[in-house]
Design a protein around this ligand. Structure first.
Ligand SMILES: O=C(O)CCC(=O)C(=O)O
Length: 305
């Protein structure tokens, strides 16, 4: 297991208390299906190492960073993406939403995010045929773009109640570059889970779905740990709708962009929320790919940390 430096974990500019941080429990595809299913039932997440071959991940990086290079945001160093500090994305003739849709539907990306490898994993984990939502959340994160703690249930409250999120690391993402973090056993915080489940989110204004409080104070008051890891290219974390999670700040000193996607999977037998299917999915609020954070031009916030 690659240990991380707990001093290097920040969320929204706040350093997390090192004594509250711990490594995610690692799982491997070679573990038995029974073991994987049991671990998912117990912890409501599975941190699966090396799901995708490095070559496939490299292809995704080249594809996505190549598109961002076209709009001046990324300086390509091999398959590494370094933010240039400028963006010409608002000038694309098709508009930001269409541009982001085309990046999110790239061939290399989809052959990983919706390909046979992950399909097999999900069928195994759920013990029945599964299907992925077509709508994909692609996240190139520069500094200042971390995600507050939240439960996913308000966004995916319609359709199946057996949905899970599959978050994939496209590249090595050490803790200082902003990987995913989960609040251990947060499915037991009945008050917060119930509050999140009472929201069926379809509006870009109000309902409060993010927890704005200091993650360390929350973990301390609930007697739990904050779990993350030095993610490696091709690692995946699968988690339930009732597990609090967010991402660490990307503190890369040289503007290294961290790249991930998150996609929802569910049993194929359950109804699928039509907002997230098709070539032109409306998305949560109806604004399509244009509503996603990823659709916004990269900004210079990373200089401000
Ligand atoms: O990658 C991130 O910053 C957040 C991901 C997330 O919230 C999710 O996968 O549900």
């Amino acid at each position: 297991m690659s240990e991380f430096d707990p001093q290097r974990c920040f969320m929204q500019g706040r350093q997390l208390s090192p004594e509250l941080l711990a490594n995610l429990t690692e799982s491997r595809l070679s573990d038995s299906t029974d073991e994987l299913q049991k671990r998912f039932r117990t912890e409501q997440y599975l941190f699966l190492k090396n799901v995708f071959p490095k070559g496939q991940v490299e292809a995704v990086r080249r594809e996505v960073f190549g598109r961002l290079a076209e709009v001046g945001e990324i300086k390509l160093e091999g398959s590494n993406g370094v933010f240039t500090g400028v963006s010409h994305r608002t000038e694309v003739p098709e508009g930001l939403g269409e541009f982001w849709k085309s990046v999110s539907q790239g061939t290399a990306l989809r052959s990983v995010s919706h390909g046979p490898l992950i399909q097999k994993v999900m069928d195994r984990l759920m013990g029945e045929p599964t299907v992925a939502h077509d709508y994909l959340f692609l996240r190139p994160a520069v500094s200042g773009r971390s995600t507050h703690l939240h439960y996913d249930s308000p966004f995916f409250a319609r359709g199946s109640d057996r949905i899970v999120t599959v978050w994939t690391a496209y590249g090595d993402i050490p803790v200082e570059q902003g990987p995913l973090l989960v609040v251990d056993r947060s499915f037991e915080f009945t008050d917060l889970v119930e509050a999140s489940q009472s929201v069926d989110y379809d509006s870009s204004d109000t309902p409060l779905v993010q927890l704005m409080q200091d993650p360390s104070k929350l973990a301390l008051s609930r007697g739990v740990q904050l779990k993350t890891a030095n993610f490696e290219a091709g690692d995946v974390i699968i988690f339930s709708m009732t597990l609090l999670h967010g991402s660490l700040d990307n503190c890369s000193p040289n503007g290294q962009v961290r790249l991930s996607s998150d996609v929802r999977w569910q049993p194929a037998a359950d109804p699928v929320d039509p907002r997230y299917v098709g070539d032109n999915p409306p998305g949560t609020t109806g604004a399509g790919y244009g509503e996603l954070n990823g659709a916004k031009p990269l900004t210079l916030d990373w200089h401000q940390r």
